[in-house]
Every structure is written in structure tokens, then in C-alpha cells.
Design a protein around this ligand. Structure first.
Ligand code: GLP
Length: 258
């Protein structure tokens, strides 16, 4: 796993966006996996800037988002579809039909999850999956105990996640209790994983994910199983990493080698 520690959130966002942009420049019809939450917002802002100022072209790109709240239609202000439209899709030249977010309002969740997995396969699989990390160490909505082989399915959110995400809702009781989430197994099939972690409240989860044992109790630890995972963390999120000096050393050596 590559661990890149950046001095602040802006630097982290620019560095992470560079990885996405390099892929899209190299493979214009890339399949990108996107995440919601506040962590990747800076990355998306930077992609918008690269589109506007450097002509980064998304016209042939296909995207798949990690998750969606059960019960929220795509035009609900707290839905993840709405989040993606507002924070990225409305500002770049991606055809809306190329963007996929799991449906939170299907009459048959099991069938719609199966369809989502099939769409990913039919698109040729995900080239690069962007991930955040929950304060309990989850990726997407794969809460503690999610099988490392899990697929897209309906999950029940933990109280901690409901608390964490209640900041986006008027009342805590408005936060849905369930979500549709890509599974850990689905995520591990992406050809490359890119995690962004920012802020002190992520330090313990990130340390457990990167340096702790691989366990379904911290689903982000599954990144250790992936041959091409890169983590961009700011100083605060990196605060719990025991091997930090080594990660910095690796980055210094690779800069010298290039
Ligand atoms: C939600 C999302 C995750 C995200 C996490 C952290 O639980 N399902 O994909 O990583 O929130 O969000 P934030 O970046 O806002 O801390």
C-alpha cells in the first residue's frame, strides 16, 4: 500500500485528483468509482478546476458510486445522487447516463443490487475506486462485521455512522437507518483503490486500517489485500500511524528516483 501524507487538505485533494486526472488522460473511457462524504469534496473541486482550466475530458468516462441511503430519492437534498450532481457531475462534461448511483428507492432491493453489480461487470469493471473512511473504519457503508467478500446489498447503519452523518440532516431522526452499499468484495475488484482521509477524527480508524490486522471489524483494512491501493492522508489523519517516518521516507526516495 502507498501512503502519501500531505501537509493539509488542499495538498491532499490536489495530489489525489492528479491520480484520477492522469488515468482519464491516459484512458479517456475510464470507469471511475466515486465516494461521497466530505473527504473527497476537495478532490472533486480540483477535478472541476482541471476540467475548466485544462480541458480534462469526462465525455467518455463512466462512473459508479459506492452507496445510497435507502428511502431517499435522487432529488432529495441528502441523497448521495444529489451530492454527486452538486459536487461534481453538474460541473463537468460527463453524460448523465454514464453516471451510476445505487437506487435507494427500488421496489426490489436485491434485484437492483444484482443489476448494479452486472452494470459494473458490463462496463468492464472499475479502473479506479475513490474511497473515504468512516470514523469506525468503514468503506462505503460496509459497517463492522461486513464480510470482506460482501457484494452490493442493503446494510443497516451503526449508531456511530448515523451520529456522524446527522450533521447533514435537520434532525438525527431524519438519517436513514439503512443504505445500499457496494460490498468489500466488489470494491476489492477495482483495479486500483484510492483512499482520502482527512482530520483528527479519522486518525484512529486510518491507523487501524493501514497498520492493524485485516478484519471485517475495520472494513478499510481490506485495502491491505489489494495490490494497488494508495492512501492520501493529511497530517491530522496520519497522526496515529506508527510507521509515518518510513512512509515519508518512501515518498522522498520515489521523488528522487523520478
Ligand atoms: C459515509 C460514506 C462513506 C464515507 C464516510 C465518511 O459513511 N458512506 O463512503 O467515507 O461517510 O465521510 P466523511 O468523509 O464525510 O467523513
Amino acid at each position: 500500500m502507498d501512503i502519501v501524507i500531505c501537509r493539509n487538505y488542499d495538498a491532499l485533494s490536489r495530489a489525489a485528483a492528479r491520480v484520477v486526472a492522469d488515468l482519464v488522460n491516459h484512458k479517456p473511457d475510464a470507469v471511475l468509482g466515486f465516494a461521497t462524504g466530505s473527504s473527497p469534496v476537495g478532490l472533486y473541486k480540483e477535478l472541476i478546476r482541471l476540467h475548466e482550466e485544462e480541458g480534462l475530458d469526462f465525455s467518455k468516462v463512466t462512473t459508479f458510486n459506492l452507496d445510497e441511503y435507502v428511502g431517499l430519492p435522487g432529488d432529495h437534498p441528502q441523497s448521495y445522487r444529489h451530492f454527486m450532481n452538486q459536487n461534481l457531475f453538474d460541473h463537468i462534461n460527463i453524460p448523465v447516463q454514464n453516471t451510476h448511483v445505487p437506487s435507494g428507492t427500488s421496489a426490489n432491493h436485491a434485484a437492483s443490487c444484482e443489476w448494479y453489480e452486472k452494470r459494473i461487470r458490463d462496463a468492464g469493471g472499475i479502473d479506479l475506486q475513490v474511497l473515504g473512511i468512516g470514523s469506525d473504519g468503514h468503506i462505503a457503508f460496509n459497517e463492522p462485521g461486513s464480510s470482506l467478500g460482501s457484494r452490493t446489498r442493503m446494510v443497516t447503519l451503526t449508531e456511530q455512522t448515523i451520529d456522524d452523518n446527522s450533521r447533514f440532516f435537520k434532525r438525527k431522526s431524519d438519517v436513514p437507518r439503512h443504505a445500499i452499499s457496494m460490498g468489500v468484495g466488489t470494491i476489492l475488484e477495482a483495479r486500483k483503490l484510492l483512499m482520502v482521509a482527512s482530520g483528527k477524527n479519522k486518525a484512529a480508524a486510518l491507523a487501524a486500517a493501514v497498520e492493524g490486522p485485516i478484519t471485517s471489524m475495520i472494513t478499510a483494512s481490506a485495502l491491505q489485500l489489494h495490490p494497488e491501493a494508495i492512501v492520501f492522508a493529511d497530517d491530522d489523519a496520519a497522526a496515529g500511524l506508527k510507521m509515518r517516518a518510513y512512509y515519508d521516507w518512501i515518498q522522498k526516495q520515489s521523488k528522487k528516483a523520478n
